[in-house]
Design a binder for this molecule. Structure first.
Ligand SMILES: [Zn+2]
Length: 250
């Protein structure tokens, strides 16, 4: 494992999210590399700080009022041509800096959103399916075999398309458990890489365009279409996964 990989995986290692093979690899690297081992220690300190709440700061009670006042004055100043007057810059600059700090820190302290949790869940399921060598319950490249296989196993009929002609052959399907429910996992291949496409119904959810994420070296794309929530996970590069998602979400 090189430093670049190690740096990407340190957070996952700290949270004990890595599979045993990667855990051994990163431990090996940390023993031999002073730079990465220092950055591991830094992560530990930060984690500890977040856990004990010692890095939380309470916003001053009058901050909201000060920001509102600054915005009002800015609006007033803008209607007059003197909006760049020096006194306004002097007053607004520290406030702008404070807001920037707040905006940077807020996502950091917000905790795990549903999306974060689901992202971790689908990545774990993906890794598990590869580790346990249990990619497919039904092995077939025929969408007319894979789709009906889910009858009676899940309470919806997942859309199954064959993308072999576009470089993503269908390999099979599997029953999986994500988001506290049984979900359909469709398995595709790109060269030697496996792609898991998790699908479950989310009735009433509006269509949601594809959104791309990445954790621990895995790429994830999720979208909602026609009341179905879809999550594609793989270690293929993000451009290829993006192409896959485009084709699969048609
Ligand atoms: Zn290193």
């Amino acid at each position: 494992m090189d430093c670049k990989n190690a740096q990407t995986l340190i957070a996952g290692y700290l949270d004990r999210e890595l599979d045993p093979v990667r855990t051994l690899e990163i431990e090996d690297h940390l023993h031999g590399c002073a730079v990465c081992s220092q950055s591991y220690k830094d992560h530990q300190v930060l984690n500890e700080g977040l856990r004990t709440g010692s890095v939380y700061f309470k916003a001053p009670a009058d901050l909201e009022k000060r920001i509102q006042r600054a915005v009002r004055q800015a609006a007033k100043a803008e209607s007059a041509p003197r909006w760049l007057s020096w006194s306004w810059v002097k007053m607004a600059a520290p406030l702008a800096a404070a807001m920037l700090v707040l905006l940077t820190l807020v996502p950091f302290f917000r905790g795990s959103s549903t999306e974060d949790i689901l992202t971790r869940e689908v990545v774990s399921s993906h890794v598990r399916s590869l580790m346990a060598n249990h990619l497919a319950d039904v092995t077939s490249s025929d969408q007319h075999t894979v789709k009906p296989w889910f009858n009676g196993k899940v309470d919806f009929s997942p859309p199954v398309v064959d993308l072999a002609s576009r470089g993503f052959p269908l390999v099979g399907g599997r029953l999986d458990y994500v988001n506290n429910r049984s979900v359909a996992a469709l398995v595709y291949q790109q060269r030697k890489h496996s792609i898991n496409l998790f699908i479950w119904p989310s009735p009433g959810s509006p269509d949601h365009p594809a959104q791309q994420l990445s954790i621990n070296g895995y790429n994830i794309i999720h979208w909602t279409r026609s009341g179905a929530s879809c999550w594609a996970v793989s270690d293929v590069n993000s451009a290829d996964l993006s192409e896959f998602a485009n084709l699969a979400s048609r």
